[in-house]
Design a protein around this ligand. Structure first.
Ligand code: FES
Length: 342
């Protein structure tokens, strides 16, 4: 109901809009021509059938296409395995959706009905009516009568479950000892990860944090891109300079820092995101993924969030030319916690 309000605040109620009722029902071609209905049934079954084949195809592609194969399309390039999985599964889901829409629009009964509003709570009689209406709907949809559609849909839905099972394989294998070793080793220089310049203690002022990498990473790029990426992902570190009197050094690490300069793994111990947000007044560094917060002045202990252990620390020294170097590799695995770690 609409209302108009005059200058003297008198409210004038307009006439209610009349109920337009239900538009006259129009028969579709598939309602009057059985051949047209059969044609649509074949279309829908074809879409469901193709969806099943694509789901199977995605499983084959998963195993057949090498993980490191790339595909180049114009200026774009990407991983061929991922691209094929995305295209086949995307098309399969699209065809199931398109087939269902075609089935509903062209073949299912489309009588319009008007239902008065009623209480949200259902009486036993209404519940019985709902169950009857559901059964009637199933019968009217032709799901039981149209065997070709029913079988192709059941087959496609069943086959679509296969890629989900196959993709579970990507949850493994367990890391084993792969995270125990990085390319850090005794005497490896610490370099800025952007400029690749070796870092001297005098390059860092108190409060500064630098993203860094081992100097032996760059030569790997010439040999194998994959090896380089794997090594880089595990060896990423942060170097921070803190007022020495603010640092609480864990037992056994008394000589791991140089004049307040400490070095920690950059990989969050929760699930492995790169930590990045540093607050120099509190010495806290935050992981942007799930907000785990580490106190760099206190052995990178976890002070908030889901991470279960401190960031591993890299022991530092200074070489004969005055550059920061590692005293050794990490003394514990970097990255996310995992079952075999203990
Ligand atoms: S990965 Fe860092 S908090 Fe989850």
């Amino acid at each position: 109901m609409s209302a108009e309000q005059g200058h003297d605040s008198q409210v004038v109620l307009a006439e209610p809009i009349p109920d337009p009722g239900i538009e006259p029902h129009e028969l579709r071609i598939t309602d009057i021509d059985p051949q047209a209905a059969d044609r649509v049934e074949r279309q829908v079954s074809t879409m469901f059938g193709l969806a099943g084949l694509l789901a199977l195809g995605s499983c084959v592609a998963y195993f057949a296409i090498p993980r490191d194969a790339t595909v180049v399309i114009g200026p774009l390039s990407g991983n061929a395995n991922n691209l094929t999985l995305g295209v086949t599964l995307g098309l399969a889901l699209f065809l199931i959706g398109a087939g269902a829409i075609q089935w509903a629009k062209k073949l299912m009964v489309d009588n319009e009905i008007a239902e008065d509003r009623h209480d949200a709570h259902s009486t036993p009689q209404q519940k019985t009516e709902i169950i009857d209406a559901f059964s009637e709907g199933v019968a009217e949809s032709g799901f039981t009568r149209r065997k070709m559609i029913r079988r192709s849909l059941i087959a496609a839905m069943g086959l679509l479950g296969l890629p989900a099972i196959v993709l579970l394989r990507d949850l493994g294998p367990l890391p084993g000892r792969v995270l125990y070793n990085t390319i850090w080793a005794k005497g490896i220089r610490v370099v800025n990860d952007v400029t690749l310049r070796p870092i001297k203690p005098s390059d860092l002022v108190v409060g500064q944090l630098v993203n860094a990498a081992p100097a032996n990473l760059e030569p790997m790029l010439q040999e194998s891109h994959t090896e380089y990426q794997n090594a880089k992902a595990k060896a990423a570190v942060i170097v921070v300079r803190i007022e020495p009197d603010k640092i609480r050094t864990p037992a056994g690490r008394e000589n791991w820092g140089i004049d307040g300069i400490l070095c920690y793994s950059k990989i969050c111990t929760h699930v492995g995101c790169p930590i990045s947000l540093y607050e120099q007044t509190t010495h806290h560094v935050l992981c942007p993924c799930h907000q785990s917060t580490f106190d760099l002045a206190d052995g990178a202990k976890v002070i908030f969030g889901p991470a279960a252990r401190p960031l591993p620390q890299l022991p530092l020294a200074v070489d004969s030319e005055g550059y920061l170097v590692a005293q050794s590799g990490f003394t514990e695995p970097v990255g996310a916690s995992f079952w075999e770690r203990g």
